[in-house]
Design a protein around this ligand. Structure first.
Ligand SMILES: NC(=O)C[C@H](N)C(=O)O
Length: 347
């Protein structure tokens, strides 16, 4: 089909900052570009009208949970427009450092067939080989594509189209920094404006959107290392954490002192989820002697393949909606893989 034959599309571009909106300054790379500057010179197909809004102008390392909720609200407000203002798809431009968290929150609550595509850049806009314009043009093409309908929230960078769930930033500098930690990887790709999305990921029923309580709920992350003790776990409990994501060693292992600390937390009603320091592969209740089996016996939940950063967002959303610890743990198990009764990830 030629561009002329394609139906007209209104795509909202919501800018939040990040390197895609940044220039080099004497104090380092910082977001300085307005949304108009971010979209200027981005090639847009004839049938696409872009509606641009600036939600915030922040480096993603500065984002708070309240910011994530504001981005969620902005996307939902755009999708709620009707009549002549109605939108066919949304693109969110975002810093890449914490893009996986925002994209996953958007995906968890997305209750619409229309695509939401999150993109960013690894090189500043004033870099000679900046990737921002290509990534944004690709993301707009994906948001305008029928192939993206019903696919939930997608991440589009360096020509890859990935499901938000399971996607992680895997490299600190490479342009193709994002990868899916589940096989077979991306759902599809974009080449010179042509979108191909042959795969679909299993989608969970949408959760209620984050409300104000999400801004304040505390979910901590704690890493295991040789000689790790329970000091940080105690501090999490003292600070009022609702949940803790433990980054275990290997396939989700710890040591005796951490296991005791986890048992203390779960007995206090703090949900403990176990991911890994390793980027790929599931966490499993395989080892005793301070390992994953002991952590599960102490009341922890294995994340299997769900990235720890994304598990943290899910736990915050569930805790902010007033679920008790047992209900939070049960809901979390529905997102881990494999879990009883859950359909295969890929369809
Ligand atoms: N490439 C980037 O966007 C990294 C930047 N620090 C950010 O996340 O805002």
């Amino acid at each position: 089909m030629t561009d002329r034959q394609r139906p007209a599309r209104r795509i909202a571009v919501l800018a939040t900052g990040g390197t895609i909106a940044s220039r080099s300054t004497p104090s380092g790379i910082v977001p300085t570009l307005s949304v108009t500057e971010v979209i200027s010179d981005v090639p847009v197909p004839d049938e696409v009208t872009v509606v641009a809004r600036e939600i915030m102008r922040k480096a993603s390392q500065q984002l708070t949970m309240a910011d994530l909720r504001h981005i969620q609200d902005a996307v939902r407000q755009m999708l709620a427009l009707t009549g002549e203002d109605a939108i066919d798809g949304v693109v969110v431009t975002h810093g890449t450092d914490t893009l996986e968290e925002t994209a996953f929150l958007l995906d968890l609550v997305h209750d619409d067939e229309r695509p939401v595509v999150v993109t960013g850049a690894m090189r500043a806009a004033d870099s000679r080989r900046s990737d921002g314009q290509t990534n944004l043009a690709d993301a707009i093409a994906v948001a305008a594509s029928d192939q993206a309908r019903g696919a939930g929230v997608l991440v589009c960078l360096a020509g890859s189209v990935l499901a938000a769930e399971g996607t992680r930033k895997l490299h600190t500098l490479r342009l193709d920094t994002f990868g899916s930690v589940e096989l077979p990887g991306p759902l599809g790709g974009v080449t010179d404006g042509d979108v191909t999305i042959p795969l679909r990921r299993f989608r969970h029923p949408p959760l209620p959107p984050a409300g104000e309580a999400f801004d304040r709920v505390r979910v901590d992350m704690v890493m295991v290392f040789p000689g790790a003790d329970d000091v940080v776990l105690r501090a999490c409990a003292d600070a009022g954490a609702s949940a803790v994501v433990l980054l275990g060693v290997g396939n989700g292992n710890a040591n005796d002192e951490i296991v005791s600390g986890v048992r203390r937390l779960t007995r206090q009603g703090i949900v403990v989820a176990v991911g890994s320091r390793a980027p790929f592969g599931p966490t499993v209740a395989m080892y005793g002697d301070g390992g994953g089996q002991d952590l599960v016996d102490a009341g922890a939940v294995m994340l299997h393949g769900l990235p720890p950063t994304q598990a943290r967002v899910l736990l915050a959303l569930l805790a902010s909606q007033g679920l008790d610890p047992a209900a939070i743990a049960e809901a979390l198990r529905g997102y881990t893989h494999p879990s009883p009764g859950r359909p295969p990830v890929w369809q």
